[in-house]
Design a protein around this ligand. Structure first.
Ligand SMILES: N[C@@H](CCC(=O)N[C@@H](CS)C(=O)NCC(=O)O)C(=O)O
Length: 222
């Protein structure tokens, strides 16, 4: 059985979740694996108590324990899950297509999840009066200038980035969650808008949907 360490919190504006851990949650759901969550207190991400550092040397989420075997970092975890539990496959077969999926996954990590998205997402973990509206708008503009044009171009005429749903899409599923809470307008990026709607319609999105309660998104294992 798999235990996923993450941070999730009920706020008046929805259930907020770690973006990186959401990448893993989506893959566990897509593969139909039994898992349960270990929800860290958000403060532990900053205080980093020793028992947390003993599992992840940087004191970050996500990490998983698969029958006690520890794996950390969302990208490494998802590659591990793909190899350990190959069905359904979430990476293309041909080596060049697989490299493209990994490039897009990495682009999402660097440009979106580490890049511009935290400037939009972190303020939602605080009450509205504590948010810096100018900084949030600057982060939105960052997305509009870099990640969204590249995503729009990379989608081409495909439903998903690599044709079929793959690991290249899971980081953008976490972005879809954040932009849903933010009410981010995507009219200037029509392919991306349709793509994010398509991602939100997948059954696996329910586990990270801001409207899904904490009780209803705690995993499929007792
Ligand atoms: N590259 C890591 C990044 C993990 C990460 O930054 N997680 C955030 C939560 S979404 C965190 O734990 N932040 C606390 C910190 O940076 O110390 C991954 O993909 O798992």
């Amino acid at each position: 059985m798999i235990v996923l360490a993450t941070t999730e919190r009920q706020m008046p504006w929805g259930c907020l979740r770690s973006t990186n851990a959401s990448k893993v949650k989506v893959v566990l759901e897509e593969k139909g694996l039994a898992y349960r969550l270990e929800r860290m207190r958000p403060g532990d991400l900053w205080k980093k108590p020793p028992e947390f550092l003993a599992r992840h040397p940087l004191g970050k989420v996500p990490y998983i324990e698969d029958d006690g075997h520890l794996v950390f970092d969302s990208t490494v975890i998802n590659e591990y899950l793909e190899e350990a539990y190959p069905e359904p496959r979430l990476l293309p077969g041909p080596v060049r297509e697989r490299a493209r999926a990994r490039m897009l996954e990495n682009f999402c990590d660097e440009a979106v999840l580490v890049g511009d998205l935290p400037g939009i997402w972190m303020p939602y973990w605080s009450p509205p009066e504590q948010r810096d509206a100018d900084r949030m708008e600057k982060a939105r503009n960052g997305l509009r200038q870099r990640a969204l044009p590249y995503l729009e171009k990379s989608l081409g005429e495909h439903d998903y980035l690599c044709g079929a749903f793959s690991l290249a899409d899971v980081g953008f599923m976490a972005m879809a969650m954040v932009l849903q809470v933010d009410g981010f307008a995507l009219e200037a990026f029509p392919k991306t808008q349709a793509y994010l709607e398509r991602l939100r319609a997948r059954p696996s999105y329910r586990s990270i949907d801001p409207r899904t309660s904490l009780e209803d998104s705690a995993g499929s294992a007792p």
